[in-house]
Design a protein around this ligand. Structure first.
Ligand SMILES: C[S@@+](CC[C@H](N)C(=O)[O-])C[C@H]1O[C@@H](n2cnc3c(N)ncnc32)[C@H](O)[C@@H]1O
Length: 300
């Protein structure tokens, strides 16, 4: 499935899961199934793997193996669907966040600045809100917030104002419409970087990516067995910050809490110090690996 998606840090993820041959594993971001196939190779005949993907396109990559099941759901419902599919307690959970190359390279999905298409950007094609709805329906203040927070766009306020003014004349329906509406703001020589930040912000908002990640991390505590592994790979700092904080403190903000005896009150212990990054060799062959950060933790 290398056309669909080339799996990042495959061996590092497998090592992180520390697979027991008869264990129960969950891959919450199936995509092209690269990581799932490798997990199955490491499982014995009594092992089990349950995978999630909210994109119906991923179904085409399903694996014909009686140890495997693919659930077409958002991983924010991790606990319920793991229960339903007999994957609680699990020995390991893998998350490889964000969009797949397939989603990014398919023009009509609207994720890439390289093409013209409707402003869609839904990973789950059945979801109700598209990027078009965000661009045309959000208030100036809401747009300012998402471009500033999720895109780290420097002039997010001006960008929001420009969009709101442009849409008074005509709705902004396509990637080309959006590019033309904000053309005056694109910094010379850094047009692509700026557009990538704008698109990242829209994508995160359309798919409620940070909310889903927080739900997932919180529920992973109840799904994993004691000693089970949590392996999460993220591609931008907003996600990595949430993962890092949750592993270190069991929450997304504030200080680590201690009990009466001074013991840390947190569900996970980090396995590696800091985040693991891809080798230079891998980055040379797969540009997507450049921004990947892998964190591994064990449930206490
Ligand atoms: C980076 S790709 C995973 C690639 C996969 N590891 C492989 O080797 O092919 C991320 C996949 O996760 C899915 N995804 C992202 N967020 C999700 C969520 N909240 N719930 C379910 N699936 C999600 C996307 O649809 C996409 O197919």
């Amino acid at each position: 499935m290398s056309n669909y998606h080339n799996p990042v840090m495959l061996q590092e993820c497998i090592d992180g899961l520390d697979i027991k041959p008869n264990g129960v594993y969950v891959d919450v971001t199936f995509g092209g199934g690269g990581h799932s196939r490798e997990i199955l190779k490491n499982l014995g005949k009594d092992g089990k793997l349950v995978a999630f993907d909210q994109d119906v396109d991923a179904q085409a990559n399903t694996i014909d193996d009686e140890r495997f099941e693919l659930v077409d759901q958002n991983f924010k419902y991790l606990k319920n669907f793991c229960r339903l599919h007999g994957a609680v307690p699990a020995d390991g959970i893998l998350a490889d966040l964000g969009v797949s190359s397939h989603q990014f390279d398919k023009a009509e999905r609207g994720f890439s600045t390289r093409f013209d298409a409707d402003l869609d950007m839904r990973m789950d094609q059945g979801a109700s809100q598209t990027a078009k709805d965000v661009i045309n329906g959000y208030s100036e203040a809401e747009l300012h917030r998402i471009f500033g927070m999720y895109g780290e766009v420097q002039n997010a306020k001006t960008l929001a104002r420009t969009i709101v003014t442009a849409r008074l004349n005509n709705p902004i329906n396509t990637i080309a419409d959006l590019k033309s509406a904000i053309a005056v703001l694109l910094p010379r020589g850094k047009e692509n970087k700026y557009l990538a930040q704008v698109f990242q912000a829209l994508r995160i908002e359309v798919n409620q990516e940070l909310e889903a990640l927080q739900e997932f991390l919180q529920q992973s505590v109840d799904v994993l067995a004691v000693g089970g592994r949590l392996v999460v790979m993220s591609y931008h700092s907003l996600e990595d910050r949430l993962v890092k904080s949750f592993i270190a403190k069991g929450k997304f903000s504030g200080e680590l809490e201690k009990d009466l005896y001074g013991n840390d009150q947190k569900p996970f212990e980090a396995v590696s110090r800091g985040a693991i990054t891809a080798s230079e060799e891998e980055i040379k062959n797969n540009n997507r690996a450049r921004s990947a950060k892998l964190r591994i933790a064990v449930k206490k």
